[in-house]
Design a protein around this ligand. Structure first.
Ligand SMILES: NC(=O)c1ccc[n+]([C@@H]2O[C@H](COP(=O)([O-])OP(=O)(O)OC[C@H]3O[C@@H](n4cnc5c(N)ncnc54)[C@H](OP(=O)(O)O)[C@@H]3O)[C@@H](O)[C@H]2O)c1
Length: 255
């Protein structure tokens, strides 16, 4: 299926590895020019160079910590300027979960998982409007949907992400901007969270794996495909949705 993404300009946060990298790669494969960020300047440049070489698209690379709202806004403006505008925004960075619960972790999850997207999207919307509209996809988690791994701030802020996306979708629809969420279940990424858990908490890892009816963890490319679809004009009538990509991991009925 042609997703009609050729020539679009996409901004992806946290795109040097894992799910964000897979999303940037998929969008570039579909013909988007892509702006990437992460905290490591070397990793951002190397990811951008690799994506440009593999897919023949323009890239913009600059390091930014999404916890720094002013810097994230400046990155958004610089990315749109470098790519000649912005059509797609993917909010991907998280401060993570892993059962961490102290006050510092609550603050980090709030600043990175919620204030980050707030600054990113607030800065990006005028650029989308100048193109006559666009698409925003926010990465949440199935941890927002069912109890998972003790009470932890990660689950709470990820629920906030879904709520924010839905409310934004209502507010931005008249501007031609669609806002959707993707909620991945357990996703195996190289050197990522599940690789760590497999080594350090093998029982928890095996229990989790056994509860996935599909019999495997997802790959970042599974999330990237769903994200590219929601970001594309093919999904032009989809807004305010939360697309769960979990191989059947969650057990609730989705009405
Ligand atoms: N993996 C899963 O099983 C899973 C499941 C459900 C939801 N998710 C969600 O999917 C998203 C991506 O997860 P992932 O597992 O792919 O993560 P990951 O492998 O840890 O990759 C995170 C990316 O974000 C960058 N990053 C981290 N903190 C940043 C910050 N403060 N500012 C800017 N960039 C930052 C990292 O580069 P630097 O370290 O260089 O900054 C890296 O490029 C997150 O929202 C996560 O909650 C993941």
């Amino acid at each position: 299926m042609d997703l009609q993404l050729k020539g679009k300009a996409a901004l992806v946060t946290g795109a040097t590895r894992g799910i964000g990298r897979a999303i940037a790669e998929r969008l570039a494969q579909e013909g988007c020019d892509v702006a990437l960020c992460a905290r490591s300047p070397e990793a951002v440049q190397s990811a951008a160079d690799a994506i440009a070489a593999a897919h023949g698209v323009r890239t913009f690379a600059a390091a930014v910590d999404v916890a720094d709202g002013a810097a994230l806004r400046a990155w958004t403006d610089a990315a749109a300027a470098a790519l000649g505008g912005a059509d797609i925004v993917i909010s991907n960075v998280s401060a993570g979960g892993g059962g961490r619960t102290g006050e510092d972790q609550w603050r980090r999850n709030f600043e990175i998982d919620l204030l980050g997207p707030y600054h990113l999207i607030d800065a990006a919307v005028p650029h989308l409007e100048r193109r006559g509209g666009g698409a925003i996809v926010m990465i949440s988690s199935t941890a927002a949907l069912e109890t998972f791994s003790a009470p932890q701030p990660y689950n709470v802020v990820k629920a906030g992400v879904i709520n924010y996306a839905k409310n934004l979708s209502q507010a931005l629809a008249a501007k031609g901007v669609r806002v959707n969420c993707v909620s991945p279940g357990p996703i195996w990424t190289e050197d990522g969270g599940w690789a760590y858990l497999k080594k350090n908490m093998p029982d928890f890892y095996e229990r989790t794996l056994a509860s996935i009816p599909g019999g495997r963890m997802g790959g970042p490319e599974d999330v990237a495909a769903a994200t590219a679809f929601l970001a594309s004009p093919i999904a032009g009538y989809v807004t305010g949705a939360n697309l769960v990509i979990d191989g059947g991991f969650t057990k609730r009925v989705q009405f």
